[in-house]
Design a protein around this ligand. Structure first.
Ligand code: GDP
Ligand code: MN
Length: 397
């Protein structure tokens, strides 16, 4: 689950990470009120207005702007809220901005120049360790830094059983070229950030930029936070952070009925029981010259109601030219599934305009095949993997 910047910063702050303070606003009037309130604690009436969408590169797309007084704050907030923001990370048509974060300006002049660093924490699956990735080249596209100047990106691997050792935090501060107060503050920042990563069961933190202010404080100016969906049951309070308007509507619907559905770009819908078989089925579709339109694991209990719900979800995608149902009858009997398919087909009536290829294997597969073949519906049965692949190819070509 992805969080908005303002939500990510709240999670960070909850673990003692210093953040750029801000208040979220849904209207220009709310933004002005937020600005006034912030000024009381920060002392500055300069504010940065930041579009809250689930995509980065907002600065480049005109979604981050500095306001030097309340009038400017109102005008800027008014122009950003409701805009269709296009950034290198949004779909081509952009994303609608429903809210902005009004934040204190932290790039004020002082004894030294402010500097921007890059820092992320993620799991290195190859080593089974958490990894802090960081760079002196903050505030820009890290992919571009990796391409042009890979030696400016450092990594620090952390054994999850040991946690972040103090020497590792010092190494990060050292490699970032810091000294004095900024060095000390960076070690505190890194420790708190790692604590937040583990404590929130995140799968990704990306803080770009981490700022060294002109008075040597280290703060998180941006926050991209991805929480591990499989850990959400441990954090019931995080569920409120989900923004459904940022998610694929069919996926939202599927989750509500307990189906594991991921939308994809292809033309062959698939309905499979078990994630492993679902992946193998997607390979099969590719091999047959098609492209999977979705990943859908209907789970062990593929009864008629579930099959019908799954049909309805798959049919919402206009790109679907054929549907491949590949179910292994282990826990569930194949004839039950076949009956479910036939019933669902009859219930859906005209909604199904595409050929359906069904491969049922396992308990009572022969009875199931007979049920399908004698149903008189536009459903083709297959027993072998290759046979299913051939029928899919025939259906889409
Ligand atoms: P992104 O473009 O989506 O990654 O959004 P960021 O939160 O990283 O903000 C983009 C840029 O806005 C940053 O790299 C900064 O250069 C700038 N910015 C952020 N906060 C401030 C601020 O308080 N004052 C000023 N002057 N610029 C800021
Ligand atoms: Mn950023």
């Amino acid at each position: 689950m992805n969080l908005h910047e303002y939500q990510g910063k709240e999670v960070l702050a909850g673990f003692g990470v210093t953040i750029q303070r801000g208040i979220v606003a849904k209207t220009a009037a709310e933004a002005v009120a937020a600005g006034k309130q912030l000024t009381e604690t920060t002392g500055t009436d300069w504010h940065i207005v930041k579009a809250q969408i689930h995509a980065g590169g907002r600065g480049k797309g005109g979604g981050v702007k500095l306001a030097k007084n309340l009038q400017e704050l109102e005008t800027i907030a008014d122009s950003i809220i409701g805009m269709q923001l296009i950034t290198p990370q949004t779909p081509p048509e952009g994303k609608k901005v429903n809210q902005v974060l009004v934040a204190e300006d932290v790039y004020y002049p002082g004894a030294s120049e402010p500097s921007e660093f890059y820092m992320s924490i993620l799991l290195n699956r190859a080593t089974g360790k958490n990894m802090i990735m960081y760079s002196t080249e903050g505030g820009m596209d890290i992919e571009a830094v990796a391409e042009a100047t890979p030696h400016l990106i450092f990594t620090e691997e952390i054994d999850p059983a040991l946690g972040l050792m103090p020497f590792q935090a010092r190494k990060v501060a050292f490699n970032l070229g810091l000294s004095g107060a900024a060095f000390k503050d960076m070690t505190k920042f890194v420790s708190a950030l790692y604590r937040a990563y583990v404590g929130s069961d995140a799968s990704l933190f990306e803080i770009n930029p981490v700022l060294k202010t002109s008075d040597d404080r280290i703060i998180a100016v941006d926050a991209k936070v991805t929480l591990d969906d499989n850990s959400l049951f441990r954090h019931p309070d995080f569920e409120a952070l989900r923004d459904l308007s940022e998610e694929n509507p069919v996926e939202v619907e599927a989750r509500a009925v307990g189906l594991n559905y991921v939308d994809l770009d292809g033309n062959v819908g698939c309905m499979v029981n078990g994630a492993g078989l679902a992946m193998a089925t997607m390979d099969l579709i590719k091999q047959a010259g098609g492209d999977p339109a979705n990943f859908l694991d209907v789970g062990g209990t593929a009864d008629a109601a579930r099959v019908e719900t799954a049909f309805r979800l798959i049919l919402k995608d206009p790109a679907v030219k054929a549907i491949l149902i590949n179910i292994f009858g282990g826990i569930v009997r194949c004839d039950r599934v076949a009956q479910g398919i036939v019933d669902a087909y009859k219930n859906l009536g005209d909604a199904i305009q595409v050929p359906i290829i069904v491969r049922l294997q396992g308990t009572n597969a022969d009875i199931a095949k007979e049920l399908i073949d004698s149903s008189g519906l536009n459903v083709l049965s297959a027993t072998a993997f290759q046979e299913a692949a051939d029928k899919v190819q025939e259906a889409i070509s």
